[in-house]
Design a protein around this ligand. Structure first.
Ligand code: PEP
Ligand code: CO
Length: 453
């Protein structure tokens, strides 16, 4: 029988090793009495929207830091991220002709899976950094020790972030029509490209017209959801609450599971199977059809639409080979899933100097190929999942802001994976507008030819 703690008897991967278990248990008890961060009705609303994304009625835009940091829980940083995601969503609505649902990797994306338990620098080994919810990134023995107090701090900062998002979101939408208030440095470089300038102006013009026709428009567009990796199971358990006769994870709207913790008999799959939230599964190159079917059946035995989102992160060099069989497997078994493309995690490269980066060209290429593959298999790409920040960082290479390999050191601030900066992320949204239009045009022409025939 499932309970919020039944995961505890299953094999657990990627969990922090707390030196003081008693203090951990005390903290979890304390957390489980604190108010939830989101509501069950919002969670169900997102589940409905996810079901709509599966059939192409809406498009999901998931984005935010790889690892949120406690120090970035401040007004300026949240504002910039929110503004960026809002801008991108409005540009994409124009290109796609669909509502875009914003889901931030925000307000709780504080725990990270790591490939090694320890990190060694100059002969000294310390526990790996596992996200601000667990320990500190600073390479120092005391700071790297998992500390339960950080769970309470993470909960509080997630709550402050969410509160600020809720109060500030509508304003971000209104700002879209005020060119001078756009992130000027990010937009300055984009404006050098006439085709982008033309699209931005066209979108702003359409949006202003819609707002004039429907004064309540910004309000109706202002919902914002959150997602994070449901990795720290004690934390997730503490924020799991019963509403009516069902259990919900009320720390976030859409938790996801990464492949490192997604074995069918794992503690993570056991935990996720009992909550009502829409669940996302990261799907990387190692995923087999058998493995995927097994976890889908465990998490969604009733095959309910909106429950399962598959976030593919295959890499621009592998997607053409690996995505088609996955799509066929899902179609053959008639599984109700929503497909989302994460063009970031399969495209990480390490430079000669040992810096982790990603190239915008690879990212755009994986999006384009994924969309084409879905189209040609009569499947629907229902969303995109990105690592981005509103800050002017130099972590990914390329784009009109021309970040080169030599620029990486200039503003490389991510705690884990490289993020698109505001200019690169907006450029990606504009490229997606172009790609979607081209591909839709092509498929319209094909169906037109069929009709003529
Ligand atoms: C992530 O989304 O930050 C992540 C770790 O992804 P993945 O598990 O897909 O590598
Ligand atoms: Co990442």
């Amino acid at each position: 029988m499932w309970t919020p703690t039944s995961w505890q008897s299953m094999p657990q991967e990627q969990q922090a090793d707390y030196p003081d278990k008693q203090q951990l248990n005390k903290t979890i008890e304390e957390l489980s009495l604190l108010p939830p961060l989101v509501s069950a009705s919002e969670v169900l609303e997102l589940r409905e929207l996810t079901a709509k994304a599966a059939i192409g009625d809406v498009f999901l835009l998931q984005g935010g830091d790889c690892a949120e940091s406690f120090i970035d829980c401040n007004q300026a940083s949240i504002n910039r991220k929110l503004q960026l995601i809002t801008q991108m969503s409005l540009l994409m609505m124009y290109g796609l002709g669909q509502p875009v649902v914003r889901i931030g990797r925000m307000a709780g994306q504080y725990a990270k899976p790591r490939s090694a338990h320890t990190e060694t620098i100059d002969g000294t080994s310390l526990p790996s950094y596992r996200g601000d919810l667990i320990n500190e990134v600073l390479f120092c023995p005391i700071k790297r020790e998992p500390d339960p107090e950080r769970l309470l701090k993470g909960y509080s900062l997630a709550s402050l972030t969410l509160n600020y998002i809720r109060t500030n979101n509508k304003e971000q939408i209104d700002r879209f029509c005020e060119p001078e208030r756009w992130q000027s440095d990010a937009m300055a470089s984009l404006r050098q490209k006439p085709e982008y300038e033309k699209t931005i102006e066209a979108v702003r013009h359409s949006f202003s017209m819609l707002k004039a026709l429907s004064p309540g428009l910004s309000k109706s567009l202002d919902s914002f959801y959150t997602c994070h990796e449901a990795l720290h199971l004690h934390y997730e358990q503490a924020l799991t609450r019963k509403v009516g006769n069902k259990w919900f994870n009320l720390s976030t709207h859409m938790p996801w599971v990464g492949m490192r913790t997604a074995k069918p008999d794992s503690a993570h799959i056991e935990y996720l199977r009992g909550i009502e939230n829409p669940i996302a599964i990261k799907v990387g190159p190692r995923m087999t059809q058998k493995w995927l079917s097994n976890i889908i059946e465990r998490l969604n035995p009733e095959n309910s639409a909106g429950r399962i989102t598959l976030i593919t992160r295959l890499g621009s060099d592998k997607v053409a080979k690996l995505l088609p069989p996955l799509i066929e497997c899902i179609k053959d078994r008639n599984y109700a899933v929503t497909w989302v493309c994460d063009p970031m995690h399969g495209n990480t490269r390490v430079t000669k100097k040992g810096i982790k980066t990603r190239h915008l060209t690879d990212i755009v290429s994986e999006v384009r190929q994924s969309l084409e593959i879905h189209k040609s298999h009569e499947s629907v790409l229902g969303g995109i999942h990105l690592e981005l920040t509103g800050e002017n960082v130099t972590e990914c290479i390329g784009g009109v802001c021309s970040v080169s390999e030599n620029d990486l050191n200039r503003a490389y601030r991510t705690l884990v994976d490289p993020r698109l900066n505001a200019s690169q992320a907006t450029e990606l949204a504009l490229e997606m507008v172009k790609i979607f239009k081209q591909i839709n045009l092509k498929s319209d022409q094909l169906s037109q030819n069929k009709l003529n025939f």
